[in-house]
Design a protein around this ligand. Sequence first.
Ligand SMILES: [Ca+2]
Ligand SMILES: [Ca+2]
Ligand SMILES: [Ca+2]
Ligand SMILES: [Ca+2]
Length: 396
Amino acid sequence: MKLKFCTYLIFIKFLSLTLMPFSYADTNAEKSLTSYQILKTKPINKIKGSKLKSDPRLIVVGDFNNDGIKEYLGLSMSQKYLLYAWGDKRISKKNDKKYWEKGVELSKDPSWSAEFNTHTLGASNSLNGKWKIKIEGRQTCVHPTQIIPSYFNNDNLIDFLVVCHGYDAKPFPGEHSYVMMSKGVDSYKINQLTNKTGFYHDGATADFNKDGQIDILLADKQTKKLRVYINNNGKFKEQKKYFSQFDSFRYASTEILDVNDDGYFDIFLSGNEASSWKPQPTLILLGNKESKFSKSNKIVIPKVKDYGVVLDVIKHENFLFIVRTGSKNRYKGGMIQLVDLNDVSNFKVIKNDNMRWLDRIFKLNGNSAKPEFGSLTEINKGIDFIFDGKDMKPIK
Ligand SMILES: [Ca+2]
Ligand SMILES: [Ca+2]
Ligand SMILES: [Ca+2]
Ligand SMILES: [Ca+2]
């Protein structure tokens, strides 16, 4: 009898050791994904149609209400802002300081805010209807730069980080960034994330303090700082210990991924390598178990002549594909730089000088048995390629 009881206890212990971690992982694995893992590790279908209202940099696709159908969340900037700050005026009013300062005042009006475009996606991956959602709180900002999906609060619904740099002309006043938090199915509340306005050009998410909750990284070009906001049940607080506060990081784009496969996430940082004013080399800061980063532990990506504006990255096996556009011909053309992580000095490129730049790179569902990479939308297509394990083969 005693033996039986002992066996029973051992059996229970065995069950708790084997089953519990599995059920924990099953319910939490998805929620602990970084934004890179959500966006870039699974192949996705290109969105059909080239008349999307949203800026191609400001589109995310996924099953956001867990009903088995894909949704599209995009942001488009206001016509008032675009007419005032872009187009012909950009050049004709170039040296008119008063005009641009007046624009800053005008931009404070809510009618200058970007607006959400919400749709459902059909079988052919084209927009086929409205995704009806309720949004509480401020309707984003004047000039958003990224929408980044992650699980931030304690439910099974994806939330969004909305990164904003604000009115994009002198005197570059900056803007706050926001989180769009789920409040039940198809309902969100927008909360201000940042304590100070900044020129937040990009962000990414990962669990910096290893507490199981996904935290936020923002790159602020204005103060040249990388800012980490630690998540506590959907409320965020800036924590400065992850980067040396003496280092300056004047970067526009960032991504968090484990480049050297050591189990610790690393931080990709890029801007303009060829800028006439303070050029920024493209770097990967290597992580450690404390998620502390410094410029002394890094990989430097080799420059490419005339294509010094670096926009994005994706990793495949031991290779990085780095997205570039023109620095000599500003923002003209698209280039992919293939970097072999075993020998970063040795790289290859493909380019298309006749396209609009490519903002972001994704792994695509294609017709080939080999992996395919390129644009999410048909707005900024023109440099999709198949990778055969050695070379990039452009898709015509
Ligand atoms: Ca859905
Ligand atoms: Ca959520
Ligand atoms: Ca955390
Ligand atoms: Ca690493």
